[in-house]
Design a protein. Structure first.
Length: 300
């Protein structure tokens, strides 16, 4: 059976467990059958084990509830896994549609700005990160407008706004650096390995930020007030996993997020223009206000 079909089974299993209240083994088996998978109990149990061992998602049986649930507390990188399933299933759906006829592309519009440069390096970078292999490459900096050669210890591959980045350490420092793979050239995977520092967890750091830039700020509660219409979009596509609704009525849609404030948070707020207002903290409200004043001056 193809890997795509295996991933599809994983998706259906996760879907059933997340959407139901402790479904039984038979409930899950019937859900798979209703979606075209007539498979035995051993295959389903093997899928449970593979989801656990390959992706770190704990599917646990609750005797009191007579059913299964996802143990998020003991699962690893669950958000990344669910995003992975979403990407794979979308690509499978599109591939199957194209197989049905070449004219399918006439009904699909991709973001014309998403060029996905540097993807040819993605497989090698993932290999290096998984196997703790040092890498060297040339990287062009937009800020300094020049190319520099780097040698890093890769810890993580990060996707953000249609771009991929490699995150790692330079030398013996503890300061993580982020490099856009679209600006990487002459990538070389070294035979030399490194031992990851256990006190450095980039996944955890990214979970507390929006985007790619770490700052010296501490974790803070940010309260944003949106117009009711814009709030519908914010509700359907939350801006952060910590998003919590405070007010949802005909006058406003107010939310709270808990993040480490950074440049990308400011950019996200500014992107929403006059549909959003920063309620808390006051220093961030003043910062956004100053940005808006500077923008207005360009038109005077």
């Amino acid at each position: 059976m193809s890997k795509h079909k295996t991933i599809r089974r994983y998706t259906l299993i996760i879907e059933k467990i997340k959407q139901s209240n402790h479904p039984s083994f038979e409930d899950i088996k019937n859900h798979l059958y209703n979606h075209g998978f007539d498979i035995g109990d051993r295959t389903i149990q093997r899928d449970f084990n593979q989801i656990r061992y390959e992706f770190g998602i704990e599917i646990t049986y609750n005797k009191n509830q007579n059913g299964y649930y996802i143990d998020f507390e003991n699962s690893v990188n669950s958000d990344s896994f669910f995003r992975f399933l979403e990407i794979v299933n979308t690509s499978t759906l599109l591939a199957e549609s194209i197989n049905d006829g070449k004219n399918a592309l006439n009904y699909i519009s991709f973001d014309s700005n998403a060029k996905f440069k540097g993807l040819h390096n993605l497989k090698e970078l993932l290999f290096a990160a998984k196997n703790h292999r040092k890498i060297t490459f040339n990287h062009f900096s937009f800020y300094h407008n020049k190319i520099r050669k780097y040698s890093i210890k890769p810890y993580l591959l990060k996707e953000y706004e249609n771009r991929w980045y490699v995150v790692g350490l330079i030398g013996n420092t503890d300061h993580l650096r982020t490099f856009g793979i679209d600006r990487i050239e002459n990538l070389e995977i070294k035979t030399e390995t490194f031992t990851p520092k256990t006190h450095i967890n980039p996944q955890e750091l990214f979970a507390q930020t929006i985007g790619l830039v770490y700052s010296e700020n501490t974790l803070q509660e940010i309260i944003l007030s949106f117009t009711p219409l814009q709030g519908k979009y914010i509700q359907s596509l939350p801006i952060h996993t910590s998003q919590r609704v405070i007010i949802d009525d005909e006058n406003e849609y107010r939310i709270s997020i808990t993040v480490i404030p950074n440049y990308e948070l400011n950019q996200l707020i500014l992107k929403h223009g006059n549909t959003v207002k920063v309620i808390k903290p006051s220093w961030l409200a003043n910062e956004i206000k100053e940005n808006l004043h500077q923008s207005l001056e360009k038109y005077l």
